[in-house]
Design a protein around this ligand. Sequence first.
Ligand code: MTE
Length: 299
Amino acid sequence: MAHRWINNLTRADATPKSVYLNRRQILAGTVGLGAIGLAGSASANTLEPNTLEEITTYNNFYEFGTGKNDPAQNAHKLVTSPWSIKVDGLVDNPGEYALGDLLDGLTVEDRIYRFRCVEAWSMVIPWNGIELADILNKVGVQSRAKYVAFETVVQPENMIGVQRRVLDFPYVEGLRLDEAMHPLTIMATGIYDEPIYNQNGAPIRLVVPWKYGFKSIKSIVRITLQEDEPPTSWNKANPREYGFYSNVNPNVDHPRWSQATERRIGGGLFAPRIDTLMFNGYENEVAGLYAGQDLSVDI
Ligand code: MTE
């Protein structure tokens, strides 16, 4: 699969992982005086990627437990090969696709995106992935389709959180078709040019950078094109707190906490919170999708 690069989201802007790690180690040694200098610069919502270590040890993947380190501890049990994805509903070419067949001929892109969890922590993650639009165009979306529904694998014997029924599994999510076709929406298969780790949603997961992280469903085994808005896991669990859209919005607070600021993972103990950006910094690209909608109602 070839690589394609897109403006201001590419690896070219990023510090290489090894250099970045070295610099962080140096910074880590300069607490005290250094921390004062850092405090000023860290208050901006920048695009400096988190380390692979941070990205793979602080996770939400409730199928493997609810603690942030539980997925890193438990997700080795996930069986990711062979992997197939069922594509059904309003498509020209429905079927059970082997993952390789579904992605064959499509382009893997490098995208450095902000990732903002609804819990008000954030990271910057250098993903490798395929535009969802490329996959949907390959299977042929029919004109009656208005939404895309996604489903995560269930392997009860391998997933300790499924045994404990902490959510109603399978984890399900959905997007409006125009959101799904937007070029920022990708299906990630890698991070830092390595195959995506199990705890991050191997072998393939959704990434929608302008929405709260729970929309970015992991380890996908089914994609359904349909006319009606699909149910989504967190909305089913708590409809008052989690809407279908869940666009990152610093002006609309969660019922139990502010969404105006966020804690960047890896910033250290004394790092100030940073401002959360409208649509997580992707307002220019995606605001048009919601023209005419009241985003304090359509949460
Ligand atoms: N997908 C599944 N199947 N199960 C989950 O529990 N958690 C979501 C989302 N996708 C989740 C999921 C939430 S709340 C977040 S913030 C992100 O995954 C976390 O992604 P990360 O662990 O790769 O940072």
